[in-house]
Unconditional design. Structure first.
Length: 153
């Protein structure tokens, strides 16, 4: 993936994250939005890769749609009003889990694992566990950190 396509995926995740967890939204609406976003991210991964043949699709992109979904979930937790820290740590833990097991699957195919990304996610997940209250400034710092992990690592 080129950096432009990667940054555009981050913007799409930000857009979908703003639509999640509205005060009067139902469980079915949120579930349909997440499922639709996962299908869209699969299509986006296919069209954003450098090859358009499924037989030659890069193995590094196999867990890219799940990574997009986890970024979206992390970004959407900043709009929650109740139990924000709990869901924030859960979303970060899920993202770290996807990165770890996706990296292990790629390692068995002969590719390098992105240990820096996994270590950064694990560190921020552990650090977020000890936050007593998440202020607006801390939300902004977390969002910048997540976007930095997405774009640079």
């Amino acid at each position: 993936m080129t950096p432009l396509v990667n940054a555009l995926a981050c913007l799409v995740a930000l857009g979908v994250a703003s639509l999640l967890w509205k005060p009067k939204s139902s469980f079915y609406r949120n579930a349909a939005l997440l499922a639709g976003f996962l299908l869209f991210s699969c299509l986006y991964t296919y069209l954003g890769s450098e090859t358009f043949d499924l037989k030659y699709l890069e193995p590094q992109l196999e867990h890219y749609p799940l990574r997009m979904l986890m970024l979206c979930l992390c970004l959407s937790t900043t709009s929650l009003t109740l139990y924000r820290r709990r869901y924030l740590v859960l979303a970060q833990g899920l993202w770290c889990w996807v990165e770890l097991f996706g990296g292990i699957a790629l390692y068995y195919r002969g590719f390098d694992v992105a240990w820096i990304r996994i270590a950064a996610l694990a560190g921020i997940t552990l650090g977020s566990t000890f936050l007593s209250r998440i202020s607006k400034e801390m939300e902004f710092c977390l969002m910048v950190f997540w976007i930095a992990i997405w774009v640079f690592f």
